[in-house]
Design a protein around this ligand. Structure first.
Ligand SMILES: O=C(O)CCC(=O)C(=O)O
Ligand SMILES: [Fe+2]
Length: 275
């Protein structure tokens, strides 16, 4: 190919790549409120900016480190603290025996949550620390164990959360790596060449990243809660426009409400990711 023709072919692709780095790759949300901004996405996500103050943020970071130091006697690379019934990483539901009463600073938050009714008021809390380079594999919070609304409060630093509308093919991959507090995101195993290659199933997928600013509160409801996976890639840097920005220590508080025993189960529209 002549160099001129090559240039004519390559230039639009390069421009497209550059634009893709600058543009946010998520659908345009509806602005529900201006100050502080509240954005609502069609798939049921709601992002509330500046949900906590800087003073509250500092207090929460301090409390997290005090709780882990008292428990572990040392700083962990990627740790978690549970309040209310503890999250169980083997069942992805809650422990039947381990429970810790939430500290006062967490119960104070409850009154400010945009709860629609009692089912939106959390009683299970997981505080997590993500040092740069760490993340959480794509997953769907267990449908049968928790009520609809899942809250995620970000503090310490911002991060990018990835959402993917989970088709049948994706849900099979999801069963392989189990969610853990591993440092890096686990990749699905590649089949050995001798294994039969899986039939390629064309399916509709939708994948996007959402920036979660420090001190913001994210609500997952509706399709974003039941049909999309969410996860955070374990990266040390994020592309911001044309710049690479180093990640900082991020903390999050996930708040859920445990379903009463007689209501355990789910009949959502996403049976292939329903557990
Ligand atoms: O860190 C976050 O914001 C999300 C954590 C999460 O998805 C989970 O604990 O299930
Ligand atoms: Fe989650």
């Amino acid at each position: 190919m002549e160099s001129k023709a090559l240039f004519a072919y390559a230039a639009p692709a390069m421009v497209e790549q550059m634009l893709a780095r600058i543009r946010p790759n998520h659908p345009t949300p509806t602005l529900l409120q201006n100050d502080p901004p509240i954005h609502e996405f069609d798939n049921g996500l709601i992002l509330i900016h500046d949900f906590i103050s800087r003073e509250e943020e500092e207090e929460m970071i301090r409390e997290y480190h005090t709780a882990t130091a008292a428990r572990d006697g040392r700083a962990l690379k990627r740790g978690a603290v549970h309040y209310g019934p503890h999250f169980d990483y083997t069942t992805f539901a809650v422990s039947k025996s381990a429970s810790t009463p939430p500290p006062e600073y967490l119960t104070r938050l409850l009154a400010r949550l945009p709860a629609r009714d009692g089912r939106d008021i959390p009683d299970q809390y997981t505080l997590q620390h993500y040092p740069p380079g760490t993340g959480i594999p794509p997953h769907v919070d267990t449908h049968s164990a928790f009520e609809e609304t899942i809250y995620s409060l970000s503090f310490g630093a911002s991060t990018r959360m990835e959402f993917k509308l989970c088709g049948e093919k994706e849900s099979r991959r999801l069963r392989l790596p189990k969610r853990s507090l591993g440092d890096e995101v686990e990749a699905a195993p590649t089949p050995a060449p001798s294994q039969p290659v899986e039939e390629v199933i064309e399916e509709e997928t939708e994948e996007w990243e959402l920036e979660l600013p420090a001190r913001s509160l994210l609500l997952m409801r509706g399709p974003s809660r039941y049909g999309y996976t969410h996860g955070i890639k374990g990266r040390k840097h994020d592309q911001q426009g044309l710049r690479l920005v180093a990640r900082q220590d991020r903390y999050s508080l996930t708040m859920r409400r445990v379903k009463p025993p007689e209501e355990i189960g789910c009949d959502c529209e996403y049976p292939h990711v329903c557990s």
